[in-house]
Design a protein around this ligand. Structure first.
Ligand SMILES: Nc1nc2c(ncn2[C@@H]2O[C@H](COP(=O)(O)OP(=O)(O)OP(=O)(O)O)[C@@H](O)[C@H]2O)c(=O)[nH]1
Ligand SMILES: [Mg+2]
Length: 206
């Protein structure tokens, strides 16, 4: 399923966005109870770039062509009333085995136990069918209380026909896992999907 969200509310405006903190363990996360919207996905899938695009900031979240850039849980305070949470890349093979296990555990802990967490955007590269890491994430999301939403990234690199196929590839994995999740086509480059993503945030985090 794609799109189909009818919104009667005013579109979300980004009034302010600031980096709040980077945490290497769940022990040091904010304690103020503001709702959290997390971005998870394999390394280099485009999490930090998409956050910048959603916020209309060039480099608030640091991006890199080298995978494994984000190693901490990074918090961005939006409009003084919610957090965007940029999670470390999931399962990146070229960081040490120890570091990879640590990130995986950190993300698992966060996604399963963080009470403030309302939405988890799971980013999947539109150019490839969902892989092992994506399946691991979807299984994790199935156990989470938060609302999962799949964002296909880098769709500027695909033709319309290939975009359609990318959606189908995700749909078939979701069916396999028996999980119902909206799928949104996005691009940090041309801004596709931005308003749809913000609409979901507005409607789920009142
Ligand atoms: N063409 C295109 N390139 C993109 C898009 N989003 C990200 N990229 C590129 O993909 C690379 C990785 O982007 P990041 O945003 O750093 O990815 P990440 O998921 O935050 O990576 P880690 O922090 O390592 O987990 C960079 O070279 C970006 O320029 C997109 O929508 N379109
Ligand atoms: Mg990143």
């Amino acid at each position: 399923m794609t799109g189909g969200r009818v919104s009667s509310h005013a579109p979300m405006q980004i009034q302010s966005a600031e980096f709040q903190l980077g945490a290497v363990s769940t022990a040091t996360l904010p304690v103020d109870g503001r709702p959290e919207i997390a971005f998870v996905g394999r390394s280099n899938v485009g999490k930090s770039s998409l956050i910048n695009r959603l916020l209309r900031r060039k480099n608030i979240a640091r991006t890199s062509s080298t995978p494994g850039k984000t190693q901490e849980i990074n918090y961005y305070l939006i409009n003084d009333n919610l957090f965007f949470v940029d999670l470390p890349g999931f399962g990146y093979a070229r960081v040490s085995k120890k570091q990879r296990a640590k990130s995986k555990k950190l993300i698992g802990n966060y996604v399963l136990h963080r009470e403030e967490l309302r939405i988890v955007f799971h980013l999947v590269d539109s150019r490839h069918p969902p892989g092992e890491i994506d399946r691991d994430i979807l299984h994790l999301l199935k156990q989470s209380e938060a609302v999962p939403i799949v964002l296909l990234t880098k769709t500027d690199k695909l033709s319309g026909n290939h975009r359609h196929r990318a959606v189908q590839a995700v749909e078939s994995v979701l069916q396999e896992i028996n999980l119902e999740v909206p799928i949104i086509l996005t691009s940090a480059k041309d801004g596709r999907g931005r308003s749809e993503v913000l609409d979901w945030i507005t409607s789920l985090v009142a």
